[in-house]
Design a protein around this ligand. Structure first.
Ligand code: NDP
Length: 480
């Protein structure tokens, strides 16, 4: 820091990478063993911060998916289904403990494969994933008290996205296993590595073969899995578009379904809100995980009387965010996960300018290699703009204003989605008033992006249906 200048220079603080041994090749995890795809096909996964390949991964075709589903069926019929809940719990506790023990390894691998800052993978993704297994291990012998019946559904086909690869795997596997189901999980094409390390943890925990199977690949692998006739339950997290496709293909099959899809959440700030806290909540709401968050607070609704003052503070705060190497412990904003996603963010941001909104980013040098996008704020946004309606899934905030609480509710609900919302105000009565009127599965008050395994999460309308987490999350995996 120099003179009256308040800008700090940060020395690099790189996380040591030697803790992870990335293999050149990864196989599919089927029936307790790693094996290549039947036809030998592979794909590469790369580090989005450098565009360098990390590993070659087996590409599962229909025959591999079929093998995995058959392994899961056998394990369900012979071992996992009949096993007493208290016994199942022991395995799930072991997985939770091993995840905690190997936390740094998982965090580094996640940041390498996904591009997210190490402080987020280390402090959020991995601890929450472990907590999810701990929480659900506790349910395994108490299912009769959940109120949904205690019979498992059978074989679960689970498809997850790239934004929280390990955490989404935990959200899918932990409740399914606790309830006595067996699983075939398909991670996203761009982020398969932590799911495969989790497969190693399943081996280390002595989990009986076939209880968890991991098939890597792209959309076609996912389609083969959810369309497999012997899958009893489909759990999907991803885009609304693919969610709708899956719903169409599953119609009439009798499969149990849960869908966790997109969002366009409103983060509503009233004039009496604690401003410093609100600014932190706005930053966390949209810039956490590069905005690759289905419940991101991507629409800021701020009361007109305080809009200018709040935006001044927000711009100052954004000037202090550090973008760059995901493995640097000081980094706040990491890399965009893929070229495809970067193109989508660019296209939607350009549309914001073309439609007349005002675009602003803090001075920010982007690394030359890799996929990067500066934190961006649009003001002068109207409800008809694409950036106010479509999920951008990137570090881009659209700011709208309101005058009355009724107007805030109308604008917040003016979206086909309904996953989450935030409210910032000093008045408890106003929080309750608003929470009753916002059509969102989760409403955070004077905070944002808080997660707990005991708390159900999920949306309605085009954000999907069904809940994950808490007692409610077990419903999807139990038959009456
Ligand atoms: P997708 O919905 O395409 O992908 C989610 C998962 O589904 C991935 O594992 C994907 O495989 C798989 N998949 C793709 N097509 C099919 C299919 N026909 N049947 C079964 N599974 C399939 O999301 P994207 O990763 O392409 O992201 C696109 C947009 O979706 C993002 O820009 C964002 O707006 C939104 N999104 C929302 C998420 C949320 O949590 N709500 C999470 C991720 C994305 P593969 O990755 O290999 O293609």
């Amino acid at each position: 820091m120099t003179g009256t200048d308040t800008t700090w220079e940060y020395a690099p603080a790189p996380q040591e990478q030697g803790i992870v041994a990335i293999k050149p090749h990864y196989g599919l995890f089927v029936n307790g063993e790693f094996a290549p795809a039947t036809d030998g096909r592979t794909f590469s996964t790369l580090n989005p911060a450098t565009e360098e390949p990390l590993a070659e991964v087996a590409l599962a075709g229909e025959a591999d998916v079929d093998r995995a589903v058959r392994a899961a069926r056998t394990a369900f019929d012979r071992v996992w289904g009949p096993m007493p809940g208290a016994q199942r719990a022991k395995y799930i506790y072991r997985i939770a403990r091993l995840l905690a023990e190997r936390a740094r390894e998982f965090a580094v691998l996640e940041s390498l494969d996904n591009g997210k800052p190490i402080k987020e993978s280390r402090d959020v993704d991995v601890p929450l994933a472990s907590a999810h297994f701990f929480y659900h291990a506790g349910w395994a012998d108490k299912l009769e008290y959940a109120g949904y019946g205690s019979t498992p559904v059978g074989v679960a086909g689970q498809v997850i996205p790239w934004n929280f690869p390990l955490l989404m795997a935990a959200w899918k596997l932990a409740p399914a296993l606790a309830a006595g189901n067996t699983c075939v999980l398909k991670p996203a094409e761009t982020t398969p590595l932590t799911a495969l390390l989790l497969a190693e943890v399943c081996q280390q925990a002595g989990l009986p073969e076939g209880v968890v199977n991991i098939v890597t690949g792209a959309g076609e692998t996912g389609a083969a899995l959810v369309g497999h006739p012997d899958v009893d339950k489909v759990a999907f997290t991803g885009s609304t578009e693919v969610g709708k496709e899956i719903l169409r293909s599953a119609a009439g099959t009798g499969k149990k379904l849960t869908m966790e899809l997109g969002g366009k959440a409103a983060n509503v700030v009233f004039e009496d809100a604690p401003m410093e806290g609100a600014v932190e909540g706005i930053v966390n709401g949209i810039f956490f995980n590069q905005g690759h968050v289905c419940c991101a607070g991507s629409r800021l609704l701020v009361q007109e009387s305080v809009a200018d003052a709040l935006l001044d503070r927000l711009r100052r705060r954004l000037g202090t965010l550090r973008l760059g190497d995901p493995l640097d412990k000081n980094t706040d904003i990491g890399a965009i996960n893929s070229r495809q996603q970067l193109d989508k963010i660019r296209e939607l941001s350009d549309s914001g300018e073309a439609e007349g909104a005002h675009r602003w980013s803090p001075p920010c040098q982007l690394p030359e290699r890799g996929y990067w996008f500066a934190p961006t704020v649009f003001t002068g946004v109207s409800q008809s703009h694409r950036i106010a309606r479509e999920e951008i899934f990137g570090p881009v905030l659209s700011v709208l204003t309101f005058r009355t609480p009724e107007e805030a509710v109308a604008k917040a609900n003016n979206t086909p989605y309904g996953l989450s919302a935030g409210v910032w105000t000093e008045k408890g009565s106003r929080i309750l008033w608003l929470a009753q009127r916002l059509r969102a599965g989760v409403v955070w008050a004077n905070t944002y992006n808080r997660f707990d395994p005991a708390s159900p999460f999920g949306g309605y309308r085009e954000s999907g249906f069904g809940r994950e987490g808490g007692r409610h999350g077990l419903e999807a995996y139990l038959n009456a």
